[in-house]
Design a protein around this ligand. Structure first.
Ligand code: PEP
Ligand code: MG
Length: 754
C-alpha cells in the first residue's frame, strides 16, 4: 500500500475545517471525520475512542469496524492497544497488531482481519481525552509523516471532544464547568488561611483557530513570535532589578536556553508544516512534551517541564499579542494566584502586598516556588489537581493552607466559617506583633534568645519584622537549589554580603551546604541511593569533594571582612569530620590573607548535633567547637529510625517522650558544663509546648520559622522556668510515658500560653 502523499495532512485539515464549520451534532461530525481520515490515510479502518471518567475508553465512531460496536465496545483502563496508548500517551505503530502482547481481541468489532495498526492519543494539556486509530488489512508500516498527520488530527479532535456538545451521557471524560461550589484538596506548601479572588497566572489564551489558511503566513507569525520571546527573555535578564534577587537570573537563564533550543523550534515548525496554525502548533508540541514528561518520576525532569510549560505559554501570549502574565496587570488586593506550575522568579514578579495565596496544580513542598511562597509569608497549596480547569479569573476562593483545602466559589456558609477563622488568626497575629519589641524573658527572669531560620534573601525582612535576635540557621543550600546552574563564587559572595548587610549587625549562622538526601541540585549528578537520608550528603559530600566546601567557605570569608562570621557544619557524625572541616576553613583563611584579602575578625565554627553517634562523643566534641546547634528534625528521625518525610511514620513517635527529651537534656548539660553556646534549630523550636520543654531542659536559645516567633515569645513570657524544671525532672526521673499530657497539664495549670 502506498504511503499517503505529502501535503495530504493539509488537505485533511482543510476538510476537517469544513466538517467543523457545519451546524451538525458532535456525533455526526465524528462520524464524518472517521470517514475522512480513513480515506485520506488510505486506511480501511479509522476509529475514535473517547475516555470516560472512570478511565475506560468507549468506541465512539468508526469507519470500517462493525457499526454496532459503536458505544457498546468499552475498554477498561490499560486494556488492549487502545488502553495502552491512552495510558502511555504515546503513539503506537504496529505492522502486526495481533502479535503485540497488549492486543485484546474484541469479537464484536470484527477487527481480526486487520493487521497493521496506528494509534495516537487525543491529548489536551498533556491529559488523554481519547485515542484515534487507523488499521489496514495488509502488513503496512505507517510513515513518520503519517504519524505526525494523525497526531495533528487528534489535536483537532481534542477540541471537539472537550466541547460540551459531545456530552450525550453523563460520564464522558470530564469537561470542566466553571460554575457552582467546588472543593479541591492538595498539600500544604506554606501555612495560612485566606479568602480572596482568583487570578490566573497565565491568562487563558484559548487556541480556537487550529487549522491554518496559509501555512507560509503561519511560519512567519511563528518566527516573529519566537524572536519576540527570545528578546523579552534577554530584556528581562538585562533588567537591573533582577540583581535584587539572585534566583531570578538563573531561572531566566534556563528559559533562554530552552527558547534557543533548536529541537523545540524544529518541532514547532514541523507542526505548522502539517497545516496547523502557529498557536495550535505550540499547543501540539507542548501537549506531547507534557504527556511524555508527566510520566517521568525524576524531579529534575518535572522541574524542566515547568520551564517548558512556562515558555510555551509565553509564546502563545506573544502570538496573541498579549505578552504578559497576570503579573503585569493590576491585580486585586486579595489575589489568589492559580497556576499549573510556576517558577520561583515568576512569583517574585507579583506585588507581594496584593497576593494573599498561591494554589498550584503541581509543586511539592521542596519546589522552588514553595520555598519562595514561605519566604514571602503567603499561604500556598500545591498538587490541587486539575483546579485550573474549573477556575475562572475573579471567582471567589478560600485557601485553607492549614488543612490543604481549596474552595472554589464557596457557599455563603463556607465563606462565613472561614471569615471567622481568618479573623481569629488575624487577632492572634496582631497580638504577636505587639510583642515584637518586648523582651523574650520568662516570668522568673531567664533570657531566652529567639532566632529565625532562613534560606533566601526574601526571608531577611522577617528578621526585623519578627523582632528576632538573629538568624539561627541560614540554610545556604536553598540558594543553590533554586539556581539552575552552580552559583559562581562572585555571586555567592554577593549573596552572603547582602544577607549580612540586611541582618544589620544581628548574628547570622550560615550552615554549609546540606545537599544530598532530599535536597538535590538540578545541575549536580546524584547517583541513586537506597537510603539517601543516611547516604552521601552534607559534610560527607563536602569532605569527599572539598572543592565545593572550599569555594563556599572562601565566599563566606570574603563576604564578612572585619566582622564575626558564624559557620555551622551539618550532619557531623564524628569529631574528626568537624576537625577536618575546620582545618579546611583555617587553610582558606590563610590563603585569603596571603592574597591580600581582608578576612573576618572572628570565625566561629559550630557543629550541628543531628546524628545520634555524637551523643556519645560530647566530651570530645564540646572542647573543640565554638558552638553547637541541635538539628532536631534529623536527630529525632535517626533516634527513632522514622523517616521525617514519611507521614505514616513521622508522627508515630513523640518529640516529648523521655527517649527524645533525655538526649536533649544531656546535650544541654554538656554544653553548659563546657561553656559552649547551644541552640536548637529544628521544627520543634517553633511549637510552643515543645519549645517550653526545651527551656525546661536547659536550652536558652532556639531558632524557628519566622511566623512562630510571636507565639513562642508569648509562651516564654508567661512561663516560670523554675517550676517547669521541677516538673520536667520528675517526668524524666519517672520515665513518664505520656510526658506530653503532663506538660500540657503543667502549662494549663500555670497559665502558660501554648
Ligand atoms: C534539622 O535537621 O533539624 C535541621 C535544622 O536541618 P534540616 O531541617 O535542614 O535538615
Ligand atoms: Mg538536618
Amino acid at each position: 500500500m502506498a504511503a499517503a502523499p505529502l501535503g495530504a495532512p493539509r488537505v485533511l485539515l482543510r476538510r476537517l475545517r469544513e466538517v467543523m464549520a457545519q451546524p451538525e451534532s458532535a456525533q455526526t461530525r465524528l462520524d464524518r471525520i472517521v470517514v475522512l481520515i480513513a480515506a485520506n490515510m488510505v486506511a480501511e479502518v479509522c476509529s475514535i475512542y473517547v475516555g470516560r471518567r472512570d478511565g475506560s475508553l468507549e468506541l465512539f465512531a468508526t469507519e470500517g469496524l462493525n457499526p454496532s460496536a459503536v458505544h457498546s465496545t468499552h475498554l477498561r483502563p490499560g486494556e488492549g492497544l487502545v488502553g495502552l496508548i491512552a495510558e502511555q500517551a504515546e503513539p503506537l505503530n504496529l505492522t502486526e497488531a495481533q502479535d503485540h502482547p497488549a492486543f485484546a481481541y474484541r469479537p464484536e468489532t470484527g477487527e481480526e482481519i486487520y493487521h497493521s495498526f496506528l494509534g495516537v492519543p487525543i491529548l489536551k494539556s498533556g491529559h488523554t481525552l481519547g485515542v484515534l486509530t487507523v488499521q489496514n488489512q495488509t502488513q503496512r508500516h505507517y510513515s513518520e509523516e503519517e504519524i505526525e498527520a494523525l497526531q495533528t488530527t487528534a489535536m483537532v479532535l481534542a477540541e471537539l471532544i472537550s466541547a460540551r456538545d459531545i456530552q450525550t451521557g453523563n460520564d464522558r471524560a470530564a469537561v470542566p464547568s466553571r460554575e457552582g461550589p467546588q472543593r479541591h484538596t492538595g498539600v500544604v506548601l506554606s501555612d495560612g488561611i485566606t479568602l480572596g479572588h482568583v487570578v490566573l497566572h497565565q491568562p487563558r489564551i484559548a487556541v480556537s483557530n487550529l487549522i491554518a489558511e496559509d501555512v507560509f503566513g503561519e511560519h512567519e507569525r511563528l518566527d516573529k513570535a519566537v524572536d519576540e520571546l527570545r528578546q523579552t527573555i534577554d530584556d528581562m535578564l538585562a533588567r537591573g532589578d533582577i540583581e535584587r534577587v539572585g534566583e531570578h537570573r538563573d531561572v531566566l537563564e534556563a528559559y533562554r536556553m530552552f527558547a534557543h533550543d533548536q529541537g523545540w523550534v524544529r518541532r514547532l515548525k514541523e507542526a505548522v508544516d502539517t497545516g496547523l496554525t502557529a498557536e495550535a502548533a505550540v499547543e501540539r508540541v507542548q501537549n506531547d512534551t507534557r504527556a511524555r514528561m508527566l510520566r517521568q518520576t525524576d524531579p529534575f525532569w518535572r522541574e524542566r517541564l515547568n520551564d517548558l510549560d512556562d515558555l510555551a505559554n509565553r509564546l502563545l501570549r506573544h502570538l496573541a499579542g498579549r505578552a504578559a502574565t497576570a503579573a503585569d496587570d493590576l491585580i486585586p488586593e486579595d489575589s489568589v494566584l492559580l497556576a499549573r506550575t510556576m517558577g520561583a522568579a515568576e512569583l517574585l514578579d507579583y506585588d507581594p502586598n496584593r497576593l494573599r495565596a498561591l494554589v498550584l496544580e503541581e509543586g511539592g513542598y521542596t519546589s522552588h516556588v514553595a520555598i519562595v511562597a514561605r519566604a514571602l509569608g503567603i499561604a500556598a497549596v500545591g498538587q490541587a489537581e486539575n483546579i485550573l480547569e474549573w477556575a475562572e479569573t475573579g471567582d471567589d476562593i478560600v485557601v485553607d493552607a492549614e488543612a490543604g483545602e481549596v474552595h472554589l466559589r464557596p457557599s455563603q456558609e463556607v465563606i462565613s466559617a472561614y471569615a471567622d477563622k481568618v479573623r481569629f488568626r488575624a487577632t492572634r497575629q496582631a497580638q504577636y506583633a505587639k510583642l515584637r519589641d518586648k523582651k523574650s524573658r520568662t516570668k522568673d527572669g531567664l533570657k531566652i534568645e529567639l532566632h529565625i531560620n532562613a534560606g533566601l534573601l526574601v526571608d531577611l525582612p522577617h528578621l526585623a519584622e519578627s523582632g528576632a535576635d538573629g538568624i539561627g540557621l541560614f540554610r545556604t543550600e536553598l540558594q543553590f537549589m533554586i539556581s539552575s546552574t552552580f552559583p559562581r563564587i562572585e555571586q555567592q559572595i554577593k549573596t552572603y554580603r547582602a544577607i549580612l548587610k540586611m541582618a544589620a549587625g544581628k548574628p547570622v549562622v550560615f550552615r554549609s551546604l546540606d545537599i544530598g538526601g532530599d535536597k538535590l541540585l538540578p545541575y549536580l549528578r546524584h547517583s541513586h541511593e537506597e537510603n539517601p537520608a543516611i547516604g552521601w550528603r552534607a559534610i560527607r559530600m563536602a569532605l569527599d569533594r572539598p572543592g565545593l566546601l572550599r569555594m563556599q567557605v572562601r565566599a563566606l570569608l570574603r563576604a564578612a571582612p572585619g566582622k564575626d562570621l558564624r559557620l555551622m557544619l551539618p550532619m557531623i557524625s564524628e569529631v574528626a569530620e568537624y576537625k577536618a572541616a575546620r582545618t579546611l576553613i583555617e587553610r582558606e583563611k590563610t590563603h585569603l590573607i596571603r592574597h591580600g584579602h581582608k578576612v573576618p575578625k572572628n570565625i566561629l565554627v559550630g557543629a550541628m548535633i543531628e546524628v545520634p553517634s555524637l551523643l556519645w562523643q560530647l566530651d570530645e566534641l564540646m572542647p573543640v567547637v565554638d558552638f553547637v546547634s541541635v538539628g532536631s528534625n534529623d536527630l529525632l528521625q535517626f533516634l527513632f529510625a522514622a523517616d521525617r518525610a514519611n507521614l505514616r511514620v513521622a508522627e508515630r513517635f513523640d518529640a516529648l517522650s523521655p527517649a527524645a527529651l533525655r538526649p536533649l537534656r544531656l546535650i544541654a548539660e554538656k554544653a553548659d558544663a563546657y561553656g559552649v553556646p547551644l541552640t536548637l534549630c529544628g521544627e520543634m523550636a517553633g511549637r510552643p509546648l515543645e519549645a517550653m520543654a526545651l527551656i525546661g531542659l536547659g536550652f536558652r536559645s532556639i531558632s524557628m520559622a519566622p511566623a512562630f516567633i510571636g507565639p513562642i515569645k508569648a509562651m516564654v513570657r508567661s512561663l516560670d522556668a523554675g517550676t517547669l524544671r521541677q516538673c520536667l525532672d520528675a517526668v524524666l526521673e519517672k520515665g513518664e510515658p505520656d510526658a506530653r499530657r503532663v506538660l500540657q497539664d503543667f502549662a494549663r495549670k500555670s497559665g502558660v500560653e501554648i
